[in-house]
Design a protein around this ligand. Structure first.
Ligand code: ZN
Length: 429
């Protein structure tokens, strides 16, 4: 067991750890309308630790309200729209503390797209942040830092064109989409939709490629990083065989110099720490933990944008963990997989439900969920479960999963599985 790798694998997605907001009525995109688009410009001042930014967000035609959230540490210098709606500003603690809410309310009659402009400046990080998002040797900026206005439920996927300057020239900075770098400036053209803009990088990153993967690290010869790379390439081949091409490929995996905290993924992007403080030696590690961890994140990176509703949470996390164990089985053997599964079984009885009115516990999502899926697999057979999950367009909601399960294995099996998901006290035989 390696404490650092084991603990990091649990909080595998920063995005998902934040998605605890109940669904509130929001401006719904009209049928047939295009994806929201961000025109974003930003300038960092690394010395001062500040950011000056402007987002012009084009929303598809729709009525109702769209509320954005942004860190309250930023001073707004402009909020306006070109559709007659006046932005309403208020502080908010949802879904995270220390935010400001910028709500756009348009009448039912809005038939055209609405362009919302939000300009602001302020400190890159909240006061007291011990691990700055942008320093001379590392950058990790994403939705959890609330540096970019995003819809309050964190679930609005968008395309983006970004022009970002003030980046330390020695930092290699990655994101999703097409990247153009010159000096301190990075331009991003991203056609694919995602509900976040990630900037991730470090000094001295080198690229190593394999089919469907671009792997970035500054220390390719380090034994643990080499093991992460081996599993990145292995997991890509594993998923290509079962799911076809990644929705966004090649998947970029970036190893950042960080001793603690999580790895996480977006479509086409995986971020993982070096599991040590800069300059510290390689921590001890076993073979199975990096294999499961990388394969879990690659499952996220391979597929669709996760659904943000509580009731669909396990469909993202438990399914990714299930495939993490399938990958361990395929590469290290069934005994290694069973040892992992046995440890998960021990906590299943106390983990709480996967379906209910609250966010499922981490133990339910990462330990009990995969145990339930292996039990289902034992009941209906792997080929049957693969017909539901191992495909290019797997279900992302509980209801879609159960409907497919009823088709493949019958109504009684689907009803039984739904009851097990909701059963707080379920334990393996
Ligand atoms: Zn995950």
């Amino acid at each position: 067991m390696i404490p650092s790798i084991g603990s990091a694998a649990r909080c595998a997605s920063i995005l998902l750890t934040l998605l605890f907001l109940a669904v509130v009525p929001m401006r719904a995109a009209a049928a047939g309308s295009s994806t929201p688009h961000y025109q974003f410009s930003a300038r960092f001042d690394v010395k001062r630790g500040t950011l000056t930014a402007k987002a012009i967000i084009t929303l598809p035609a729709a009525g109702g309200e769209t509320a954005f959230v942004l860190g309250e540490r930023f001073t707004l210098t402009e909020t306006s729209t070109d559709c007659g709606a006046r932005p309403e500003l208020a502080p908010t603690g949802t879904p995270l503390p220390h935010l400001q809410r910028i709500a756009i309310r348009s009448g039912e009659a809005v038939r055209t797209a609405c362009r919302v402009t939000i300009a602001y400046h302020g400190p890159i990080d909240e006061a007291g942040e011990r691990s700055p998002s942008l320093s001379a040797d590392r950058i990790e900026l994403g939705i959890d830092t609330m540096w970019l206005p995003v819809r309050q439920d964190l679930g609005m996927a968008f395309s983006i064109d970004a022009d970002i300057s003030g980046l330390p020239t020695a930092l290699v900075v990655m994101s999703q989409g097409q990247l153009t770098r010159s000096g301190d400036r990075l331009r991003i053209h991203r056609v694919i939709s995602d509900s976040d803009l990630m900037l991730v990088g470090a000094v001295g990153l080198k690229r190593i490629t394999a089919p469907d993967v671009e792997f970035y690290t500054a220390i390719p010869d380090d034994p643990l990083v080499a093991k992460l790379r081996e599993n990145a390439f292995g997991a890509a081949a594993f998923y290509r065989k079962r799911f076809g091409a990644p929705q966004v490929g090649p998947v970029r995996m970036i190893v950042v110099p960080r001793g603690s905290g999580a790895g996480y993924a977006r479509r086409g992007l995986v971020v993982m720490p070096t599991f040590r403080d800069p300059g510290a030696p390689t921590p001890p590690f076993d073979a199975a933990s990096p294999a499961r961890f990388v394969a879990h994140e690659f499952r996220h990176a391979w597929g669709s944008t996760p659904d943000v509703v509580f009731a669909n949470y396990w469909m993202s996390e438990s399914v990714a963990e299930y495939f993490g164990l399938r990958y361990v089985e395929a590469t290290l053997g069934i005994a290694e997989r069973d040892a992992m599964l046995d440890r998960k079984r021990e906590v299943a009885a106390k983990a709480g439900p996967l379906l209910g009115d609250k966010r499922p516990s981490g133990a339910a999502l990462y330990q009990k969920g995969p145990v339930l899926l292996f039990a289902l697999e034992a009941k209906i057979g792997r080929p049957a479960l693969d017909r539901i999950l191992a495909r290019s367009d797997p279900p992302t909601t509980t209801e879609a999963f159960l409907a497919r399960l009823a088709e493949v294995a019958g109504l009684a099996v689907a009803a039984g599985f739904r009851a097990r998901l909701a059963d707080a006290a379920w334990q393996p035989d």
